[in-house]
Design a protein around this ligand. Structure first.
Ligand SMILES: *[C@@H]1O[C@H](CO)[C@@H](O)[C@H](O)[C@H]1NC(C)=O
Ligand SMILES: *[C@@H]1O[C@H](CO)[C@@H](O)[C@H](O)[C@H]1NC(C)=O
Ligand SMILES: *[C@@H]1O[C@H](CO)[C@@H](O)[C@H](O)[C@H]1NC(C)=O
Ligand SMILES: *[C@@H]1O[C@H](CO)[C@@H](O)[C@H](O)[C@H]1NC(C)=O
Ligand SMILES: *[C@@H]1O[C@H](CO)[C@@H](O)[C@H](O)[C@H]1NC(C)=O
Length: 235
């Protein structure tokens, strides 16, 4: 367990220096588990202190695990980490397209979001480092991470059919640092299919930490860290 964790830290520091070459990274920036809390060596990856992972047979390993309906899911022992003070809570607006607007079908369009209190550009490898590190703050007390945009089709006029989170019209991680106004942009469309087909859609942001957990906020009564709007695509 200790060896594995040390290895994760080393990998993390090595990766950070690849992704963020201008940032100097000291070991102080990562808060490790309290290694003096005893744990049972013969049970792999059971976390101190609660043992919650005893319920799940499947243990987090840095990949995005789909468990095929396993009711015990899979278990992560990573602590929540550094939580910002309420002066530094993440807040986001989708600024393009506007809520309720009409977008032409099958043509790329620009999706822009504006975000405060997230130091963007921190994006760990989602295939090997998913949920592997606690949330971390920069020297100013702001979460280091990135955001995502996800678009889903709304299938009924009344908007009472809840969208299936496995069915996406578009998804993209916004991996780069925002510009100096806090704006991140992406073009909606792929090489083979520009834009979106006709329909009613919802677009949402998902702010996350460096290793993709949803951002952890200090207080419950707060403005949402994310934004969603609806728009219509007409052909
Ligand atoms: C790391 O933390 C220790 C203890 O708080 C401190 O003495 C040391 O200067 C810190 N190192 C860096 C590089 O910030
Ligand atoms: C680590 O855990 C031990 C045992 O519970 C406790 O005595 C110690 O104060 C903890 N250390 C820190 C830095 O939290
Ligand atoms: C550690 O876990 C194993 C397997 O569940 C169990 O047989 C053993 O008694 C445990 N040891 C301690 C010290 O709890
Ligand atoms: C991670 O765990 C899942 C579920 O147990 C397993 O299917 C997958 O092969 C593991 N991947 C690695 C790289 O260990
Ligand atoms: C649409 O945008 C995608 C990137 O999201 C790009 O790969 C593609 O070439 C663009 N298509 C056109 C027609 O501009």
């Amino acid at each position: 367990m200790k060896r594995v964790f040390n290895l994760i830290i080393i990998t993390f520091i090595a990766t950070l220096s690849i992704f963020c070459p201008t940032e100097s990274v000291s070991s102080n920036e990562t808060i490790p588990f309290n290694e003096t809390i005893p744990f049972n060596e013969s049970i792999p990856s059971v976390p101190p202190p609660s043992g919650i992972c005893l319920k799940s047979q499947v243990v987090a390993n840095g990949t995005q695990i789909k468990t095929g309906g396993n009711p015990n899911g899979w278990c992560s022992s990573v602590i929540q980490g550094q939580i910002p003070t309420n002066e530094f809570m993440v807040s986001t607006l989708i600024i393009k397209p506007k809520d309720g607007s009409i977008v032409p079908a099958n043509q790329n369009f620009t999706l822009s979001i504006k975000i405060i209190n997230l130091q963007t550009g921190y994006f760990a490898d989602p295939d090997t480092e998913y949920y592997t590190q606690p949330q971390e703050l920069n020297e100013e007390g702001i979460i280091k991470g990135h955001s995502h945009v996800v678009i889903q089709k709304l299938t009924d006029e009344d908007e009472e059919v809840v969208p299936n989170p496995n069915i996406l019209a578009f998804f993209r991680g916004l991996n780069d640092p925002a510009d100096d106004r806090g704006i991140l942009e992406t073009e909606v469309g792929t090489d083979t299919e520009p834009g979106l087909p006709t329909g009613r859609y919802r677009v949402c942001t998902m702010a996350s930490t460096y290793t993709h957990q949803p951002v952890v906020m200090p207080i419950a009564p707060r403005g949402s860290q994310d934004d969603c709007i609806r728009f219509i695509v007409i052909g």
